[in-house]
Ligand binder design. Structure first.
Ligand code: ZN
Length: 714
C-alpha cells in the first residue's frame, strides 16, 4: 500500500450528528475496568478517491472528550484489492500501521470490556458510498468486513492452489496400480481363506477363496466355521456355509510395491481387505487403500500421506518422513530391482505372507552388517524379523565376523536354526539353551516359538521344572483333557499365583504340576472365596486409587431390555463377588483393574431381568461400548450367549446417546490400543496349537469375541 498517498487523503471529522449521538454513550467502572452503555461505540465516516477508500473510525469516548481525531483510519485500495489500517494517537499522528481486518482491530476492546458489545454507526449516505465502492451489501462496517474477508479468502485460495500444484506435480509420475495387483493381494497377502459351500445332503463341491475356483470336497464333512486344509491348494481354510454369511470380511493385509520414479523410485504402501457377500461369494470385493507414498527421487517432498487437507478434502499431502511409517508389509515382486540387495528381496518374496519393512531394509542392509551375513547364509525369516524391529528392540549382537558367534550361538546350534527355518524366537530359545548348557528338542523349540512363547512366558514355573518338562505337561493336559496350550498356560499361571496367596506348598510336585489344571484352578478359586470379599476389595482399592471415582461414571452404561439387562458395578466388591461366583478370574487378574483405572476398558454385568441378582455373564467393555470379552462360569462361553447378542447390539446403540465427548475420545483411544495389540499378535503369528481352535491365530480368537460399535478407522 502507498502509505504516503494514504496519509495525504482528506481529513475527516465527526459530524454534529455523530457528536450528539456519542453523548448518549456512557461508561462505568466494573470488575474488568470500563463498561460502556449506550447505543454505539464507533462511528464510521469515509472519503474516497478513484481507487482509494479511507474509512475513519471515531471512538465515542474520544468524541465526548471533545477530540476530533479518529482512532483508526482504514485504507482500501479498490484496484489492487489490498488494505491497511493506521492506529492513531489522540493528536492525530500515526501510532502504528496494522494489517488486521476491521473486526479484529476493535475486537480486543469488546473482549476486554466484556459487558460492551462493539457496535458502530454510519449514516445512510456513507453506507451507499461503501456499497458502491466495495461492491458489498449492508451497513458500512459490514461492507468493509465482508470486503476484507473476501480478500483474505482469495489470498488463501491462491496460496493453496500454489502448494497443491506443487504436490500434484510430485504425484503426476505415479501411475495406476498394476492390473494384476488385486489378484496378487488376494493370493499372497490376505491370510484368511475360506471354502464356501451350499448345504445339501451330500456335499461335493465347494469354492476355495484362495484357489479362486470350485474344489472337490466330497467326504470332507464341511461344517460352518470348521478349520481344514483345501484339498487343492493345501492351505489352511475355514468352511463357510454360504447361507449363513451376510458379509464376511477378511483380516487387514499390508502390502507395498516399488515403482520407477524420475531420478529413482517410489514405494507405495497399501492396506487391503476382502469382502465376501452371500449372493456372490465367488466374486469378492477387494478394498485397497493406499495410505503412503515414499519418494526417493526428484520430488519437492519425499514423503506423502493420503490425508485430510485443511478439513476440506482428502488428498496426497507431504508428511514428515517418520520412522513410525516404516510399516512391514508384503512386497510386490515386480520393481524389486530398483532396491538395494534385490537378489535377497526376491528370495523373501517367495515366502507366503512374509512381511518386510523396506524403509528399514534400505537403512540397515549395509555392507558387512549382520543383516548381510544373515542374507548370504539364507536366514531369511530371521533377517526379516530383525530388520522389521524398532531400533530400541534390536538386541546387542556381537561384531564377530563369524555368523554363529555374532548370534551368540555355536556352529551346531546355527545349523539347527537353519534346519528349522527359525526366526527371532527360535534364536532366543537356542541362545537360552546354550547358556543353560542343555540340549532341548528342536520340535519343542519350533512349537513354542510358533505359539509365541519365550522363556519369560514360563517364568512362573521355571524354578520348578525344565522346559522339556513344561512341554510334556502342556501336551499331557491336551491329551488327557483336551485343553489347548493357551488355556492350560493361563489356567496354570493363575493357579500358581493363587496357590502362593493361599500358601499351598509349591515345592511338592503334585502342587505345582496339578493333574487337571482346570480343576486345581477352580479349587484354588473356591478357597480364595473363603477370604473376605470386602478385604480383597479394600486391597484392590488401595492399589488403584482411581477406581472409586470411576464407578459413578459407569451408571450411564446401565440399560434394561425385555429379557436382559446391563448392570454397572457400584464398587470393587461387586466385581470381586461377580468373579468369585462365576469362577472366572476377572477379580483376581490385576490388569482388568488397571484398565478400569486408565479408562481403557470397564467391567459390566449382563444379567437376566428375571433374576437380576444372579451373575450371568461378565463383559469387558471399551468406553465407546465396544465389547472386548464376555465370560461366564469357568472362563467359558456357552451357547446360550447367542440369544443375548441381539440385546447387546441394542444396548450398544442405546448408550451412544448418553456418551460424552470424553467417553468417545477414550473409546477411540481404547479401540486403537486393541487394534495395535491385535496387530502385534497377528504380526507375531501367535497361534493356538491344540484343541478345537487348532491352527487359529490367537488374534482371531480374541477378535471373534469382539463386538464393535465403531467401525475400525480405515
Ligand atoms: Zn484352495
Amino acid at each position: 500500500m502507498r502509505k504516503a498517498e494514504c496519509l495525504k487523503m482528506q481529513k475527516i471529522s465527526p459530524t454534529t450528528k455523530i457528536a450528539k449521538l456519542a453523548k448518549t454513550t456512557t461508561s462505568e467502572k466494573n470488575y474488568y475496568g470500563k463498561a460502556y452503555k449506550g447505543l454505539y461505540h464507533y462511528y464510521l465516516r469515509a472519503v474516497m478517491t478513484h481507487d482509494l477508500v479511507k474509512i475513519s473510525l471515531f471512538n465515542a469516548e474520544w468524541i465526548k472528550e471533545g477530540n476530533k481525531e479518529s482512532q483508526y483510519d482504514i485504507f482500501i485500495d479498490t484496484e489492487d484489492c489490498r488494505y491497511i489500517s493506521a492506529e492513531k494517537n489522540k493528536d492525530g499522528s500515526v501510532k502504528s500501521w496494522r494489517t488486521a481486518m476491521i473486526n479484529n482491530l476493535i475486537s480486543w476492546e469488546s473482549y476486554y470490556y466484556r459487558s460492551y458489545k462493539a457496535t458502530s454507526w454510519s449514516n445512510e449516505a456513507t453506507d451507499k458510498k461503501f456499497r458502491k465502492a466495495l461492491g458489498q451489501k449492508g451497513k458500512a462496517f459490514q461492507a468493509v468486513s465482508n470486503y476484507q474477508s473476501n480478500i483474505l479468502a482469495e489470498r488463501i485460495k491462491k496460496k493453496e492452489a500454489k502448494e497443491c500444484a506443487e504436490w500434484d506435480r510430485d504425484m503426476k509420475p505415479i501411475k495406476e496400480l498394476p492390473k494384476n495387483f488385486k489378484d496378487w493381494i488376494r493370493r499372497k497377502c490376505i491370510k484368511d481363506h475360506f471354502i464356501f459351500y451350499r448345504y445339501s445332503k451330500n456335499i461335493k463341491k465347494g469354492f476355495c477363496s484362495l484357489c479362486n475356483c470350485e474344489v472337490d470336497i466330497s467326504g470332507m464333512e464341511p461344517k460352518n466355521n470348521k478349520k481344514d486344509v483345501c484339498p487343492k491348494c493345501k492351505s489352511r481354510v475355514t468352511f463357510k456355509s454360504a447361507g449363513k454369511i451376510k458379509t464376511l470380511t477378511s483380516g487387514v493385509a499390508y502390502a507395498q510395491m516399488v515403482q520407477a520414479y524420475p531420478g529413482g523410485h517410489v514405494i507405495r504402501y497399501v492396506r487391503a481387505r476382502m469382502y465376501y457377500r452371500r449372493s456372490e461369494y465367488w466374486a469378492p470385493l477387494i478394498d485397497i487403500y493406499e495410505y503412503r507414498r515414499a519418494i526417493h527421487g526428484n520430488a519437492a517432498h519425499s514423503d506423502y500421506a493420503w490425508d485430510k487437507y485443511k478439513n476440506k478434502c482428502m488428498r496426497w499431502l507431504p508428511t514428515m518422513s517418520s520412522w513410525y511409517y516404516d510399516d512391514a508389509a508384503v512386497l510386490y515382486p515386480r520393481g524389486i530391482n530398483l532396491l538395494p540387495n534385490a537378489e535377497h528381496l526376491k528370495e523373501i518374496t517367495k515366502t507366503q505372507h512374509q512381511e518386510i519393512s523396506i524403509g528399514k531394509w534400505s537403512k540397515r542392509m549395509v555392507r558387512g552388517s549382520l543383516y548381510e551375513k544373515l542374507a548370504n547364509a539364507g536366514f531369511y525369516k530371521l533377517l526379516c524379523e530383525l530388520i522389521n524391529r524398532y531400533s530400541w528392540e534390536l538386541e546387542e549382537f556381537t561384531e564377530d565376523s563369524e555368523l554363529h558367534k555374532a548370534l551368540k550361538l555355536d556352529k551346531m546350534r546355527l545349523k539347527r536354526l537353519k534346519a528349522m527355518n527359525g526366526g527371532s524366537r527360535e534364536l532366543e530359545w537356542l541362545q537360552t539353551e546354550k547358556r543353560a548348557n542343555r540340549i532341548w528338542p528342536d520340535e519343542m523349540i519350533r512349537l513354542f516359538s510358533d505359539a509365541g512363547y519365550n522363556t519369560r512366558t514360563f517364568s512362573f514355573i521355571s524354578d520348578h521344572m525344565t522346559y522339556p518338562q513344561i512341554w510334556e505337561y502342556l501336551k499331557k493336559q491336551y491329551r488327557d483333557h483336551g485343553y489347548t496350550w493357551d488355556y492350560t498356560y493361563t489356567c496354570w499361571r493363575d493357579y500358581i499365583d493363587m496357590a502362593k496367596k493361599l500358601k499351598i506348598p509349591l515345592d511338592l510336585e503334585r502342587n505345582y504340576k496339578p493333574k487337571d489344571v482346570r480343576i486345581s484352578h477352580n479349587e484354588a478359586l473356591d478357597m480364595l472365596q473363603g477370604k473376605d470379599i470386602e478385604a480383597e476389595a479394600r486391597r484392590i482399592d488401595r492399589k488403584w486409587k482411581k477406581l472409586k471415582r470411576t464407578y459413578p461414571k459407569l451408571e450411564k452404561y446401565e440399560y434394561t431390555g425385555k429379557e436382559y439387562q446391563i448392570i454397572a458395578p457400584k464398587s470393587t466388591g461387586d466385581i470381586v463377588r461377580e468373579g468369585m461366583i462365576l469362577k472366572h478370574c476377572v477379580h483376581s487378574c490385576d490388569f482388568y483393574f488397571d484398565r478400569i483405572s486408565t479408562n481403557e476398558s470397564y467391567i459390566l454385568f449382563l444379567r437376566k431381568v428375571s433374576d437380576p441378582k444372579q451373575p450371568y455373564y461378565t463383559l469387558e467393555v471399551e468406553p465407546s461400548g465396544n465389547i472386548r470379552q464376555k465370560r461366564t462360569t469357568g472362563d467359558r462361553q456357552n451357547d446360550d450367549f447367542k440369544d443375548a447378542k441381539e440385546f447387546l447390539a441394542r444396548w450398544q446403540r442405546a448408550i451412544q446417546k448418553k456418551l460424552s465427548k470424553e467417553d468417545k475420545a477414550l473409546g477411540k483411544k481404547s479401540n486403537d490400543l486393541r487394534i495395535k495389540e491385535l496387530k502385534e499378535l497377528r504380526k507375531n503369528g501367535n497361534r493356538v496349537w491344540h484343541g478345537v481352535l487348532q491352527g487359529k491365530l490367537l488374534a482371531d480368537v480374541l477378535e471373534a469375541d469382539f463386538m464393535p460399535v465403531m467401525q475400525e478407522a480405515q
